[in-house]
Design a protein around this ligand. Structure first.
Ligand code: K1U
Ligand code: ZN
Length: 169
């Protein structure tokens, strides 16, 4: 397993649309393991392959308190959306910023698991929000796209400044 570098907003690579996985081969299994290791190390509840500059439709999620219930979604598709819920979201690619976003409160998602088998899952609340957030990453979308352009610009400037000061070190 390996720890992968997470891209930060406004890196344009985060805007890449990921391509579907054709076969869950050993490369995809390794990617899943590396995503899980990277997500747990960064203390996140989700991570999409896009965030580590791999443009394949693979995400991992774990919203359990003990970080022991990993969920792997390969080629995830939202097949049902119900209700609306507002929740504060963060993102490992937008470190240090949290904003309120409106999303579906309950969803049904279809995906492949790490064994390449199709499954469907119903989710609500934080799990539903997290899955929608991760699928957005695969489509090159970030939670900051749902907030005002003024707020987004402020976040962009702060993260650019931080990145410049990191590069000087
Ligand atoms: O995609 C990511 O960058 C992961 C992101 C997922 C997410 C968080 C909150 C709402 C929707 C999606 C994170 O995990 S950021 C870290 C974070 O917000 C968090 C960490 C532990 C518990 C609760 C939230
Ligand atoms: Zn994110």
């Amino acid at each position: 397993m390996a720890l992968l570098d997470i891209l930060h907003f406004p890196d344009p690579r985060l805007r890449t649309k990921a391509v579907a996985v054709r076969e869950v081969d050993s490369g995809v299994v390794k990617l899943v393991d590396d995503l899980l290791e990277t997500m747990y190390d960064a203390v996140g509840i989700g991570l999409a392959a896009t965030q580590v500059n791999v443009h394949r439709r693979v995400v991992v999620v774990d919203v359990s308190e003990d970080h022991d219930q990993p969920l792997v979604l390969i080629n995830p598709e939202l097949i049902e959306l119900h209700g609306v819920e507002e929740m504060d979201e963060g993102c490992l690619s937008v470190p240090g910023f949290y904003e309120t976003v409106s999303r579906a409160e309950r969803i049904r998602v279809r995906a492949l698991n790490q064994q390449g088998e199709v499954f469907e899952l119903e989710a609500e609340d934080l799990l539903a929000v997290c899955i929608q957030h991760e699928i957005d990453h695969l489509d090159g979308k970030l939670f900051v796209d749902y907030i005002s352009s003024l707020k987004r610009q402020r976040i962009r400037k702060k993260l650019e400044k931080l990145e410049k000061s990191r590069q000087k070190k």
